[in-house]
Design a binder for this molecule. Sequence first.
Ligand SMILES: Nc1ncnc2c1ncn2[C@@H]1O[C@H](COP(=O)(O)OP(=O)(O)OP(=O)(O)O)[C@@H](O)[C@H]1O
Ligand SMILES: [Mg+2]
Length: 380
Amino acid sequence: MAAQPTELREPEAAAPAARPRISVRGLTKTYHTRRGEVAALRGVSMDVAEGEIMVLLGPSGCGKTTLLRCVAGLEHPDSGEIVVNDRTAFSSAERVSLPPERRDLSMVFQSYALWPHMTVFDNVAYPLRTTKVAKAEVRERVHGVLDTVGLEKYAASYPGQLSGGQQQRVALARALVTNQGVILFDEPLSNLDAKVRERLRDELLGLQRDIGFTALYVTHDQTEATGLGDRIAVMEVGSVAQLGSPTDIYYTPSSRYVADFVGSANELHGSVKELTGGHVLVETPVGPLLGSTTATLTPGQPVRVLFRPEHCRVTAGPEGQNRLQCRVERSMFLGSHVEYLLSAAGERLVLKTMEREILAPGSEVGVCLDPAMARVFPAE
Ligand SMILES: Nc1ncnc2c1ncn2[C@@H]1O[C@H](COP(=O)(O)OP(=O)(O)OP(=O)(O)O)[C@@H](O)[C@H]1O
Ligand SMILES: [Mg+2]
């Protein structure tokens, strides 16, 4: 079923108090292709506050790049409004559409997009030269920003002589040099290997905290999203499925889609047995389970209970609240934790634990669930 246009539930309540640097309202964009129409954005609204990193997270094709390109002015939306730095950059109602160079923002792409025939210095200086900044100031600002990203000694090198991580630092320096304060990132780290990606992610966060730029940051990597984002907008086929802090999204996902995309989740079918003071008692194939919900449910209603592998606790004894009787099928030692594949009444569950003692296959164990961490959603 196609998702309906999603307005933020409570934009004022959800957004921090600071003045938004980017504001998007009711944005729609449909591509007309030979294979038919693709509704890439179906009414997206969000505010990005001064100094905030807003992450757009979602699977391939959900519209992340389209939204970023609309904000940048590289794509023309069908309807809605975009305000950047208090200036209307796009408005279908007012028939306004500023060209990219007048939107006062810079972009960093996955592919670095550096000019191979220009030195690092010239690549970084480029946006200043197109705006006619005096030569001495260009030198000073370029060297300053290269120093900030740790590339001062590569000023005379060519991009082809640098590693991927260094090239992406050049692209970051070029985005920072104009000092416009708003940077759009489209998967800037996904071409890099895992270690470099982690280091650059930490550096980026450090730079953002030092310099204070505002960012709209696209990724489909959940760890990058929760590590970098002040807030995350989880996107689902052209709409915002949930917008909130990383902990909101992780601990209280608003739908099965969000729960499943951000982290992993065990899922049990069941039906509502009883609604009790903020909790829901669900009858499941593994027995009754107490969970939490934000949905309005009625007794008898078919539901799904979702809980994360890291939110279960193994208990040896026969007692325990919200206890499931399970059998260990397989265990995997992964260094930082142990992962178990368990079975319970024909259901398969995954559990993660940091206990050092490893349970043998065939062991009978009890698994306890915190009702707050067992999220109950209506079955579609
Ligand atoms: N220029 C285009 N012409 C036609 N369809 C397009 C165009 N650009 C994007 N689309 C379609 O719009 C939808 C959203 O694409 P978009 O590039 O925004 O996704 P994305 O979330 O950035 O995905 P990815 O993670 O793969 O980069 C997709 O279905 C895509 O095929
Ligand atoms: Mg994309």
